[in-house]
Every structure is written in structure tokens, then in C-alpha cells.
Design a protein around this ligand. Structure first.
Ligand code: ATP
Ligand code: MN
Length: 483
């Protein structure tokens, strides 16, 4: 007989099964009561809400009850009745309880109390059993689903770009090498360098930092595509917004100029946020309360004015502010923190790269809404971005979000072969190696654009989690690859 005959708690709460018999399975959060009755709160992951199982010691033996401790997994069968107590509409009067897996109360790390985020990160293999992480991962799922829903509805095709590549899309050099060579005794060339022609792929390879270049190839055939996959950056940045392994969504569209690109990005971001708000109500209400508690603990000047749900609603309901890099520099130059030398990096001239303190000033203090910053100096941006007529700037866009900073980076791509190759030469990027990329400009070039959304930064924004390590199940950061 099949084992998986159970009611999921989410569905049990939504449908009235009062008077019917059913079975639930899940993990015990708490057990309380007295010698006449036990109340067992069970969570099965389908929802943040626990379901109450009522156990009468005349029906459920002392021997079984004793084994029902926080963290244990149980199967409970009984009648669904209207609940006496507050907090739930119905509960289960147990006729039979089976302990599927015990959890030694002295050893189980998650006790029914508040644990620190650091402690939970060290116990990432169990932390999904807490309310906070259960909520975060259900929201993460909904956002991922919404990404596919959005693009599928618009007729975009999902392309799987390679994870192992021989190119470094950004030319930033922050890549993880992929090799099967014996590190202690690698084959050498005549002049003593490692001979990668003897390696698995007969050349140097690394984990991808972006699927963009391959995405462009697909867009030059299927017109509108997107990727959604893992990307890897060996950047040694120990921040609350950087991971060494993160997921990126990269749409790439033929026949889109910079403005079309901005319109798509804004519409897309609003769509996935709205989707989560509609489909994750209970989880977001929980996270909203959690964020409010965290906010209250912060020093006054670091507190956010809006709560989490208000912030999400605000972003969905308002147009993003669109300004050029040049306008942003003027605002920053004349800003209080710049004049009073409160920024760590003082903005004194055009051409400076913006640090996250500047991005956050623009979004959180000046405009108080998401900002699309466009037309950056070409010298601080990648080689493939379309060169503007002024000869100084490129048709780049970064989208900045409150509390996050940069969430999206994108641009119209340079489709003009001569301009593109001139820029590659200036920046020391090999035309020979990227011949396949240049073929899209050689054969049937057209204006096209795209952008990359860092998925974890979006999950951070929607869940209000302060640290990016807490929105991916098993974070990879410098010095940390546990689990
Ligand atoms: P940052 O300046 O924040 O390091 P970036 O300019 O390196 O970002 P891009 O190369 O444009 O970022 O990547 C596109 C998007 O991927 C970014 O807008 C961001 O949302 C996300 N992203 C970039 N690096 C990381 C990282 N190390 N961890 C998580 N997300 C990242
Ligand atoms: Mn970076």
C-alpha cells in the first residue's frame, strides 16, 4: 500500500474537513499539555501555520507520547474537529500516532526559542525547519516560478547556457578554474607554464560568471530569450550582498533598444513582486512582523520608514525614477553627506564609479523609490555595451533598490562590428577567442538589449532578509562551502 496518503496542512486549513477522518505527517514544533491531554503543534512545510494534534492519553499510549518531542517526525490519524482554542479553525483529535523518526531532545539543535541568525547559518542543514527559513524558501520558490511564468506568458524562450565556459564574460577575471589536472604535478609547456592543452577540455576553462554572451547568440535566432541559472564569482567580497555562487536571470532580446530594455525590466520586477505578494500572503505577513522587530532594534538613523509589505506595495505602485549617471553625479556632488564628507568615497568628478553608499543615498534618501541609472561612462562598464553618440558614455542601465543597492545590471548591446572590435582592442579582449560572439555582428546584426537580475538580491528585497546568506539554502562565500 502506498505510504503517502496524507492531507497537506495548507489544504487542510483551506478546506473544511470538519467531521471527517484524515492523516497528517510532519515535524513536531512543540508539545504542551498536562496529564489529561497533550497538544502537539505539527508543521509539514506546506505552510507557515502549524496544525494542532490533540492526544488523549487514554487513546495514545504513554510510550508513544514520550517519544513525541520537538523535531520528531510523526504521522497522526484522527478526526478533524472545530477548534476550541484561538489561533486555528480546526484541529485533529488523534486516534493513532506513529513516530516516524525520533529527535533526541538533548541533541536536537533547534529548540522552541529564538535562535540567532549566525547559529542558524551554522546549522543550515536544519534551519529550513524554522518559521523564518520555511517562509523564505517558500517565497523564493514563488519568485522563481513567477520568473518562468512572466517570460513564458510573453513568449520568451528559456535557454540553458553552459556552466563550464572558456570565456570570462565580464573580463573581470574573478573566475573559478575548472580542471582535472593533477595540481601537484601538472603537465608543463616548454617554458614552464601549466599546459592546459593536456587538461580535460584541452584548454583553460572556468565556471561561468554570466550567461549573457551565449544568451545573445540565442536572441539572434529566437529573438526573445532568458536564462535562469547559477553563476560563480571568485570575488573576495564579504558583504551582505555578495555570494560566490548565485542565481541570475538574464533576458536578452533582439529588436529592443535601451528604453525597451528599461520598460521590460521595470514591468518584470513589478510582476514577480506582485506574484509573491499574492501567493505568499501568510509567509510575507510573518516576514513583515519579523522585519519590524529587526528594524526596531536598529539605531534610529538606520531604520527604514516603511515596513516590508508597505515597501513591496510601494515599489509595485510607483514608476521607477529614471536618471542618467551624469544627473546622478550632480545630485551626489551637491548632497549633504558629500559636502560634509560623510561618504567613504567623496564624489568630486564625473567618471567616478558609484559605491553602494552612493546608490543607497539616491534610492533611500533622495528619490525614496527604485532608480534606473542610465548612460554610464564607458570606462567603468563592459566592452559589449552600446556606445552613445557623445563618445563618453554607454547605453547601460543599473536598477537600484531600497535596502539592496544594485539589483539589475544591463544595457543595449553594441551591434556595430567596428565599434565593438575597436572597444575590445582598447580593453585587451581577444577578438580571436570571441569569434563566435562577433559572428552575431557579422551576420544579421540588429539592435538588441538585455539585463541580469541577481535572484538572491530579489529574494532579499521581497523577504526583508538583511544578509544574502539567508536567502539561499546553502550559501557559498569565501571560506565557506559546508553542506
Ligand atoms: P556589484 O557591483 O553589486 O558587485 P556587479 O556590477 O558585479 O554587482 P553584474 O555583473 O552587473 O553585477 O551582475 C548582474 C547582477 O547580478 C547584479 O545586478 C546583482 O543583482 C547580481 N550580482 C552580482 N554579483 C553578485 C554576487 N557576488 N552575489 C549575488 N548577486 C550578485
Ligand atoms: Mn561585482
Amino acid at each position: 500500500m502506498a505510504f503517502n496518503k496524507r492531507s497537506k496542512i495548507k489544504l487542510l486549513l483551506e478546506s473544511s474537513k470538519i467531521g471527517k477522518n484524515t492523516t497528517i505527517m510532519g515535524w513536531v514544533r512543540t508539545k504542551r499539555g498536562n496529564k489529561n491531554v497533550s497538544f502537539i503543534a505539527v508543521n509539514d512545510g506546506s505552510t507557515i501555520q502549524n496544525y494542532q494534534v490533540v492526544a488523549d492519553p487514554n487513546v495514545i499510549s504513554e510510550e508513544v507520547l514520550k517519544r513525541i518531542t520537538t523535531g520528531a517526525c510523526i504521522k497522526a490519524t484522527g478526526e478533524v474537529v472545530a477548534s476550541q482554542g484561538a489561533g486555528q479553525d480546526s484541529e485533529l483529535i488523534a486516534q493513532k500516532i506513529e513516530v516516524l523518526g525520533e529527535a533526541d531532545a538533548d541533541k536536537y539543535p533547534l529548540q522552541p526559542k529564538k535562535h540567532s541568525m549566525e547559529f542558524l547559518r551554522e546549522n543550515a542543514h536544519l534551519r529550513m525547519r524554522t518559521n523564518t527559513f520555511g517562509a523564505v524558501f517558500r517565497v523564493r520558490h514563488a519568485l522563481a516560478f513567477a520568473v518562468h511564468q512572466y517570460f513564458n506568458d510573453k513568449g520568451f524562450f528559456y535557454i540553458h547556457t553552459p556552466i563550464i565556459t572558456a570565456s570570462d564574460a565580464e573580463g573581470a577575471g574573478e573566475t573559478f578554474r575548472v580542471s582535472t589536472l593533477d595540481m601537484k604535478n601538472p603537465p608543463l609547456t616548454e617554458d614552464g607554464a601549466v599546459d592546459y592543452t593536456k587538461d580535460f577540455f584541452e584548454r583553460e576553462t572556468n565556471l561561468t560568471v554570466s550567461g549573457q554572451l551565449e544568451g545573445e547568440l540565442a536572441a539572434m535566432a529566437l529573438a526573445e530569450i532568458y536564462t535562469f541559472g547559477p553563476t560563480f564569482r571568485a570575488e573576495n567580497s564579504n558583504t551582505t550582498r555578495h555570494l560566490a555562487e548565485f542565481w541570475m536571470i538574464e533576458p536578452e532580446m533582439a529588436f529592443y533598444d535601451a528604453e525597451d530594455n528599461q520598460d521590460l525590466a521595470e514591468d518584470f520586477l513589478k510582476y514577480i513582486i506582485s506574484y509573491a505578494m499574492e501567493h505568499c500572503k501568510a509567509d510575507l505577513e510573518f516576514l513583515d512582523k519579523r522585519a519590524a522587530e529587526e528594524n526596531a532594534k536598529k539605531p534610529t538613523n538606520e531604520r527604514t520608514e516603511l515596513g516590508l509589505l508597505d515597501r513591496l506595495r510601494f515599489v509595485v505602485d510607483h514608476d521607477f525614477e529614471r536618471i542618467s549617471y551624469t544627473e546622478a553625479i550632480e545630485i551626489l556632488k551637491n548632497s549633504k553627506p558629500n559636502k560634509k564628507k560623510k561618504f567613504s568615497y567623496i564624489i568630486d568628478e564625473w567618471g567616478a564609479d558609484l559605491q553602494s553608499e552612493h546608490e543607497r543615498f539616491l534610492v533611500e534618501k533622495h528619490f525614496k523609490k527604485p532608480v534606473i541609472l542610465t548612460d554610464y561612462p564607458k570606462d567603468i562598464k563592459a566592452f559589449y555595451m552600446k556606445q552613445n553618440d557623445d563618445g563618453k558614455t554607454v547605453a547601460a542601465m543599473d536598477i537600484l533598490f531600497p535596502g539592496i543597492g544594485e539589483i539589475v545590471g544591463g544595457s543595449q548591446r553594441e551591434e556595430n562590428m567596428e565599434k565593438l572590435t575597436t572597444r575590445m582592442d582598447e580593453m585587451g579582449i581577444s577578438q580571436e577567442e570571441l569569434y563566435w560572439y562577433l559572428d552575431t555582428r557579422r551576420f544579421g546584426a540588429t539592435p538588441h538589449s538585455g539585463f541580469g537580475l541577481g535572484f538572491e538580491r530579489m529574494v532579499q528585497f521581497v523577504t526583508g532578509m538583511g544578509n544574502i546568506r539567508d536567502v539561499i539554502a546553502f550559501p557559498r562565500t569565501p571560506g565557506n562551502a559546508e553542506f
